[in-house]
Design a protein around this ligand. Structure first.
Ligand SMILES: [Zn+2]
Length: 314
């Protein structure tokens, strides 16, 4: 008979989650639907090639063979802007690929390196403005994860204050650094500079942290070699996510130190958004998660091994 293994755990900043896994059942088997096709016709997509005139003036692009591969421009409807007196900042869009149907996981490691380099440059540019205090980069994949346009893109948002959550994470930098010195649990991928693991108190299904092996407080602190290693492990993690969820919705969050610097547990968080926060979460700020992270790490690692086997055979 299935046995419940409900357990309350605390995350790195002390937030509680209750894991409601049932041993013997297979809660990680989310309904994997056939991959949904993106339905906006390219001529009507603001981010497709040929429609560049529909976006605000471009800030930067990466071209290969005379065609753009990645573009960056200000958000047409910014949350923060240089013109705003009460919400000063920047809000930029990075279109990750000219191909309307492509997902981030399907880009080459070289393209992912270019993508990460562009985010790094935009963060550096924001940090040069003394009025700005903090920059976050993130990606919303799929409507359930908050994407309002289906063509694959990310956002870089800068503000003149440091959010409370970021301050709390900064305070725990020492705790995270000492945890990394012990053998890490639930690691399902790693390379010379990064590991990918499922934290012990996740707030989202398949929550994964991609964290540097050496101390680094921000994306902007990474060397070129580290950036390439990050591109490589990001490709593995997203490939595992897409295989496990059938190209389901997810967020990527680049957690970096404030512009003022200091110790900070820099990491990328990747979180599936296949389940929704409901009354319990909204009423208690405690999150219910239906799978142990120990199981999530096995599922994601298993998907990576399957893909490697398949590639070895073909
Ligand atoms: Zn498009």
């Amino acid at each position: 008979m299935a046995k419940s293994v409900n357990e309350v755990r605390k995350d790195v900043i002390g937030r509680k989650v209750v894991i409601t896994a049932v041993r013997g059942s297979r809660p990680h088997d989310l309904p994997v639907c056939p991959r949904a096709q993106k339905i906006t016709p390219p001529e009507k997509c603001f981010f497709c090639p040929g429609n560049e005139n529909l976006t605000p003036p471009e800030i930067e692009r990466i071209e290969k063979g005379g065609k753009w591969e990645i573009r960056c421009f200000p958000n047409k409807f910014p949350a923060f802007s240089a013109e705003s007196r009460k919400a000063y900042g920047r809000h930029e869009i990075i279109v990750e690929t000219p191909e309307h149907q492509k997902s981030l996981s399907e880009l080459s490691e070289e393209n992912l390196y270019d993508y990460l380099s562009m985010i790094k440059r935009r963060m550096e540019a924001a940090a040069a403005d003394p009025k700005l205090a903090y920059t976050i980069a993130f990606k919303n994949e799929g409507k359930e994860a908050g994407a309002s346009l289906e063509h694959s893109h990310s956002q870089v948002v800068s503000m003149d204050f440091v959010p409370d959550y970021v301050k709390k994470l900064a305070k725990k930098a020492g705790k995270v650094a000492s945890a990394k010195k012990k053998p890490m649990k639930n690691v399902f991928a790693q390379n010379a500079h990064f590991f990918a693991m499922c934290p012990k108190a996740p707030r989202y299904h398949f929550e994964t942290w991609i964290a540097p092996k050496e101390d680094a407080n921000s994306l902007v602190a990474l060397s070129d070699e580290q950036l390439r290693a990050l591109a490589s492990i990001l490709k593995s993690v997203l490939t595992a996510f897409d295989a496990a969820t059938g190209f389901g919705p997810y967020n990527i969050i680049f957690h970096s130190a404030p512009h003022a610097g200091g110790a900070f547990p820099f990491h990328l968080e990747v979180a599936s958004r296949a389940s929704t926060w409901a009354g319990f979460e909204l009423g208690t700020e405690v999150v219910m998660v239906s799978e142990l992270p120990e199981v999530s790490a096995k599922v994601l690692g298993g998907k990576l091994a399957e893909i490697k086997d398949k590639n070895a055979i073909s």
